[in-house]
Design a protein around this ligand. Sequence first.
Ligand code: THU
Length: 134
Amino acid sequence: MLNKDELIAEAFKAMKNSYAPYSRYHVGAALQTKDGRIFHGANIENASLGATNCAERSAVFSAYSEGVRKDDIDSLAIVSDGDEVCGPCGICRQVLSELINQDTPIYLSNGKTELTSNIFRLLPMQFGSKDVLR
Ligand code: THU
């Protein structure tokens, strides 16, 4: 199993594959499963901008595509080359609120500042399946 610093290093490796010709803002993510598998993600842009895929969604969707489910996920690192750590965007917060557990550690880093959070703290008052599946 990778420790926090090693998982963050994996996210920086993933960031090298960022395709961001429009924003030039590069993001990488690395998701670790409880059995030690690592799934990488980078932000992938296109000219519509709206159909851009963020790095953390890329990593989570990649893991889910291989059969991983929320209880299998140990931790997630998200890194960027911005001046501040990259707090997940609103769309990603919604996705993470449903696809990873509430207390799963989320490590954020830009190489200078580092913080640990979870989706329960990042997205209060969540809208989710409890509201829709009545
Ligand atoms: N981006 C991410 O990859 N993750 C986030 O949570 C915030 C935004 C990407 C999307 C876009 O390619 C660029 O950063 C600027 O918004």
